[in-house]
Write a protein that binds this ligand. Sequence first.
Ligand code: FES
Length: 391
Amino acid sequence: MPEISITVNGRRHEAEVPTTTTLLDLLRDELDVTGPKRGCEMAECGACMVHVDGRLRHACLTLAALVDGSTVLTVEGIGEPGRLSLFGASLSRERELPGALPVIITDSGLFADTSTALTGRYVGNRTARINALWGVRNVRFVRVNGFDGLRAPQDLRRGFQLGVLAGRSLSVLGSTDDDIFVAADLYAGWAQRNTFIGLQFLGEGRQNYDANHWDGILGSGRAASYLKVTSRHTVITSFEYSGGWRHRTPFQLRLGDAQGGVRGYGDSRVVGHQRGVVRVEERWAWRSMGRAADVGWALFGDAGKMWAGDVPYGIDTPVRYGVGVGLLAALPARSRRLWRLDLAVPVTADEYAGWEIRLSSSDLTRVFWREPKDVARSRERFVPASIFNWP
Ligand code: FES
């Protein structure tokens, strides 16, 4: 096995590496330098780019043995490690035109809604704004295994991150609204090899000077803890929240939403303007089938509540409970993508909810909070989900 010596971000390292080890493997797996990411691993996405002796290289296709004696600079070597702040500005223009005639969707087609619940409720608008963006980040990464995947490696963010956007409407750019718009994205996390606690919250709203009130207010977020009881047993507890007030476009949250709702209530017709859900899940990585797959199973329970608020047809509910079991699989073994076959049962009576079987697949190792679709679709389109990976 060749022995090499390289300098990474000013620190010298000696290592024995097999001839097939890439520079990306060496940096991430041996030296714990996790800034270069594993993406396509075929020199297409650029997630692994590093400087080698001043020249930009794909670490995924560079053999570690060939950079013996070189100086490598990764993203961690730029500026003060882990700390980043940035400022920016943008111009945005948006036009929304809700349909004039509400319709009712039924199993046999669309029919005109002749009730007065929606008539004249939503009017079109045209906004043009100049926006200031500011972000600050102080984050380090902790390498763990089997938190959101079954046995997959994952980089957890330890530290905090805040992104803010503030925009002022300008009539000279064609805006018919007189407003100030504000959006923010906050993340904080603390991680060790066997424990992780994290929080993320996204919010936005608009001071409407024409009506002299705040509207278009939207907030969502997640607080979660992960505890690895053993290398194969993980307990995940979380609280997820979404809420919206005074929306200018149609907005409703669903108790049965596939991402944000209570499992077991997929067919429920309960809607509202706020939704809070507590989830508890115990996961066991059961066995590995060679390099083909990891297989595991989960027990879970959800408790969620809806508040009616100002959305059409919204209702207040007591706490609704759902429980279930899931069969989990990662293909191939140690894959970050987790396939699940879940069977969920509503514990509290609901006229439309019943047994629910759901097949899903997702990679949650790269995101702490994936905002449910019934929230995300109501966000102002020009707002970056995170200022640190926008546009
Ligand atoms: S991982 Fe995509 S270019 Fe290297």
